[in-house]
Design a protein around this ligand. Structure first.
Ligand SMILES: [Zn+2]
Ligand SMILES: [Zn+2]
Length: 143
């Protein structure tokens, strides 16, 4: 389902930052908005390349860099193996499953974890590491 408000917000952020929205950049942004699976550069490239034969991994990487710098997309550092990207800008934490490697959204009330007085917070990053319910139950049956 296409969320037009979110797309328009992202486009506003980018045009305000003076960023030209080429066809390929739009495709990458749309993919992130429509897939809340926290994809990596490789995920996005593999998905878009069949329909965008001139797209390169470097373009995906550079576009993501621009999207992150303009504030339209978040870069997640939860996974030491590779960087994941998230177009969901609402405050939330992430849970990384050590078995399947998936990233799950975890809601959190941000007003409970504000920095002490005098500090200005740019962003709050909370990472959970462990097993997701699917992997936890299959680990049980395997033992
Ligand atoms: Zn899992
Ligand atoms: Zn997320």
């Amino acid at each position: 389902m296409q969320d037009n408000t979110t797309l328009n917000n992202a486009i506003n952020l980018l045009t305000t930052a003076g960023i030209r929205l080429s066809h390929q950049r739009m495709a990458i942004l749309q993919y992130l908005l429509n897939h809340r699976t926290h994809p990596t550069v490789a995920d996005i490239y593999d998905h878009l390349h069949p329909n965008h034969p001139t797209l390169s991994r470097t373009t995906v990487y550079n576009t993501l860099k621009i999207l992150v710098e303009s504030g339209a997309v978040l870069q997640l550092d939860i996974d030491p193996e590779c960087t994941h990207y998230d177009a969901d800008l609402s405050p939330h934490a992430h849970f990384m499953c050590r078995h399947c490697g998936k990233l799950y959204d975890v809601p959190f009330p941000s007003h409970h974890i504000e920095a002490p007085e005098g500090f200005t917070t740019d962003r709050i990053t909370i990472s959970y590491h462990g097993l997701c319910p699917t992997c936890a139950s299959s680990e049980k049956t395997n033992n």
